[in-house]
Design a protein around this ligand. Structure first.
Ligand code: ADP
Ligand code: MG
Length: 256
């Protein structure tokens, strides 16, 4: 019996990568995250959807501590989120984040953008960092753009560089907050394909997106948020064909 319970604990320790327990967050009078309980397993792809203003971005931002929380707890790979300093920088590196706006350093080349964090935070030597950066840029299909500056690239290319930059830090989990919302339509697929590939390779991913095709094909689970709460969670099949809550039904009727 003892052996069984030890084995179970081992599974829990290695299985759950991101765990939020009773997380609450206010902006002044606005209760933006309300008792959020969310567990994401290693290798799982979770798509977060919901109306504008429901707290999706804030949720992402609390997970790598761009925002503090008022109560509850967040652990990444069993470790609570540190408050500041070097440990926080390291944790942020464990949690790769890709935003709607590409957030590349405008005055650095594409290559330098992907090398920077590896050298400063991960303490890699420049040669190792450059090799890894070039390999990642090739992988996301922008290897030929390495010496250019971000402004010389299309939006889709810049977003793929942003993904390469996050991957360069060897993150345990990748957060994507509407990564294709600012892109011209013809560039959306090239970014989604890179994300699909990552998902297939087993990366743990939390993806806020309105791309329901991506949700259907890549997500293990859909989390539906409204008014700061997780209203419903289900497999994509179940969620899209048979949403349980009125809020989800209403939302889906507007977007599908
Ligand atoms: P979503 O990403 O689902 O659209 P957000 O997390 O961006 O939602 O925002 C949730 C709510 O919190 C919105 O009402 C928004 O106006 C508010 N909000 C977001 N960031 C801040 C902030 N820094 N200060 C005050 N209110 C904020
Ligand atoms: Mg948002």
């Amino acid at each position: 019996m003892t052996e069984v319970s030890v084995a179970k604990e081992d599974v829990a320790a290695t299985g759950d990568l991101v765990v939020l327990k009773s997380v609450n967050k206010h902006f002044g009078a606005l209760h933006v995250l309300q008792d959020i309980d969310l567990t994401i397993a290693r290798g799982e792809v979770v798509v977060v959807i919901g109306p504008s203003g429901s707290g999706k971005s804030t949720l992402c931002r609390t997970i790598n501590r761009l925002e503090t929380i008022d109560s509850g707890s967040i652990t990444i790979d069993g470790k609570p989120l540190p408050h500041e300093g070097k440990e926080l920088a390291r944790l942020r590196a464990d949690v790769g984040m890709v935003f709607q706006s590409f957030n590349l350093f405008a005055h650095k080349t594409v290559l330098e953008n992907v090398m920077l964090g590896q050298v400063k935070v991960r303490k890699k030597d420049k040669k190792t960092a450059e090799e890894r950066a070039r390999a990642l840029l090739d992988r996301v299909g922008v290897g030929a753009q390495a010496e250019k500056y971000p402004a010389q690239l299309s939006g889709g290319q810049q977003q793929r560089v942003a993904i390469a930059r996050a991957l360069a830090m060897e993150p345990k989990v990748m957060l994507f907050d509407e990564p294709t919302s600012a892109l011209d339509p013809e560039m959306i697929n090239e970014v989604l394909e890179v994300m699909q590939q990552l998902a297939r390779e087993g990366m743990t991913m939390i993806v806020v997106t309105h791309e329901m095709g991506f949700a259907r094909s890549a997500a293990n689970r859909v989390v539906f948020m409204a008014d700061g709460r997780i209203v419903e969670q289900a497999s994509p099949d179940q969620f899209f064909s048979n949403p349980r809550s009125d809020r989800a039904k209403d939302f889906l009727s507007k977007i599908l």
